[in-house]
Design a binder for this molecule. Sequence first.
Ligand code: ADP
Ligand code: MG
Length: 338
Amino acid sequence: ATPTAVMVGTGVAATNGILIKGADALERAHSLKVIVFDKTGTLTKGTPSVVDLQLFTPGLYPLDETLHLAAAAEAGSEHPLGRAVLGYARSQLCLDADLDMDASATDVSWIRPARDAETVPGKGIKGWVASNSNAPAGPAPGKLASEGQAAGGLQREVRVLVGNKALMAQEGVQVPREVTSWIYERETQGATCVLVAVASSVAAALAITDPLKPEAVGVVAALRGLGLQCYMVTGDNWTTARVIADKLGILNVMAEVQPDGKAEQVKLLQATHRGGGVAMVGDGVNDSPALAQADVGIAIGSGTDIAVEAADYVLMRSDLEDVLTAIDLSKKTFRRIW
Ligand code: ADP
Ligand code: MG
């Protein structure tokens, strides 16, 4: 293509809110074979919310106390699932408070803060929280707390974990069959579940859903129509991932990928499709190495700065239709249709 054609292509892209970082980037999108989508925030809206909750030890940890403990652990979390748990707890516990719901999205003053909260990448979060419950502090559930602790109304600290089964396994928390089947039922409906463990036993599970972007189905169909293979990559569990992919007509799924594993998956695809032609679309911090590794990295404009920096393309309108527009522009420019 002539420099003029490239200028025109880049300019037309810009009027569509598509930022292209250089002529090379524009060219590489004309011969794509594979396109990998991150799930959360890319194919889904990235606004997860809690849709179901089940208590498993209501006698020890009733609803309010359990929500409080979970929210305390997630108070400092920037993970969308953490924000969802926090938002749900706030809406349930602060109903009477004169809180402006929007302004209070990041207001955690109503929470007894967790001590030493620690994120476990790809798994969840853990911390120590003062408990109002007289339930034993563990580690052995069922063992009575010492008199002085329980009777005096003294607040004891309990270990709180919020996360997936892998977190529970890592921390030595047994997940009863009753819990597993509750989770599986929701996962087969496309929900992502997180467990709340207090003092080494599962107190509750929450089901969280994130709506699909309305244009996602059509975009995947159009890409497949162009002969591209579509993949979805996610840190989420296999069951939920497959259900979401099915809804979108995506046949190839890579789930339970560790936060640093997405770039590796892109590399593998590049190796199997010799000559490159692998695009990655993503929005998150943990997508940026994959965006950089891909032959064409496409960042969602509303995503994190670090993803936007790593990408070759930025979709300022955060509309997946613009993936099609970008590919179309590249093809037109490099086949000299105009
Ligand atoms: P993704 O970017 O695809 O959501 P992550 O690696 O961020 O993948 O998360 C993978 C899984 O780890 C989540 O589906 C969830 O089960 C668990 N997880 C991560 N962070 C948290 C958190 N703050 N609270 C609860 N669960 C979490
Ligand atoms: Mg994402």
